[in-house]
Design a protein around this ligand. Structure first.
Ligand code: 13P
Length: 249
């Protein structure tokens, strides 16, 4: 049976106390859930949340990572530091990193390769803006992000890469892509992966959908053949909305 990957991206929310309390609640309420689960608190709460999650079925994720192992890089957090606090998955190329902080595919690719080299799993986020979609550039944008983000990533490393399709116009807007629209883009991603790697890699790669996922739309999205999970923002900030998403079936 298909095992879905349901992940929560807490973005710049939650003090340590708030994060610990939500993580403890999720640990209890998601015990026994058979899906692959991850939560990504802000950096400041990683250690405390990692302690709460130890021995549970929820993985500890980070929301970003610096492109170097160490050095004079004021304000960055390195892969070694993430591993030191027990992080096993890192979200890279989130649209807020791309559009608010100017990250390009080249920078994202350096991070992707470094994270994989160090044994982490990567969630590589891709997605078009409304302007790009309306200009008919959807496939070109997605292809460029996939080719750029995955440059130099070997097929043997690809099993540790999850793709997250997050159309920018659906993030935090309450307006999710329809399951049909999302499924079609996921299918396109598989075609690109087949060209870059192989048919087997395309069939087996996990592709999450993200953008206004809620308890009310999770099951319909997950029912689509090319959707293998969800990357949840706003609705991951409360157990009452994240738990029913993770337990959508
Ligand atoms: P929302 O679920 O709040 O739309 O955010 C999606 C997202 O950006 C997850 O990474």
């Amino acid at each position: 049976m298909k095992r879905y990957f349901i992940a929560g991206n807490w973005k710049m929310y939650k003090t340590i106390g708030e994060a610990v309390s939500l993580a403890a609640d999720l640990r209890e309420k998601l015990a026994g859930c058979g899906e692959k689960l991850m939560i990504a608190p802000p950096f400041t709460a990683l250690k405390a949340v990692g302690d709460v999650l130890a021995g549970s079925n929820i993985l500890l994720g980070a929301q970003n990572m610096g492109p170097e192992e160490l050095g004079a890089h004021t304000g960055e957090v390195s892969v070694l530091m993430l591993k030191d606090v027990g992080v096993s998955v890192v979200i890279l190329g989130h649209s807020e990193r791309r559009h608010t902080y100017g990250e390009n595919d080249q920078l994202i690719n350096r991070k992707v390769r470094l994270a994989l080299q160090h044994g982490l799993e990567v969630i590589l986020c891709i997605g078009e803006t409304l302007e790009e979609r309306e200009a008919g550039r959807l496939e070109e944008v997605i292809r460029t992000q996939l080719e750029g983000g995955l440059a130099g990533v070997g097929i043997e490393q690809l099993s540790r890469v999850t793709l997250a399709y997050e159309p920018v116009w659906a993030i935090g807007t309450g307006r999710n892509a329809t399951p049909e629209d999302a499924d079609a883009v996921h299918a396109f991603c598989r075609r690109v992966i087949a060209q870059l790697y192989s048919q087997e890699a395309a069939a087996s790669i996990t592709i999450q959908y993200g953008g206004s996922v809620k308890p009310e739309n999770a099951a319909a999205l997950m029912a689509k053949p090319n959707i293998d999970g969800a990357l949840v923002g706003g609705a991951s900030l409360k157990a009452e909305s994240f738990v029913p998403i993770a337990r959508f079936r």
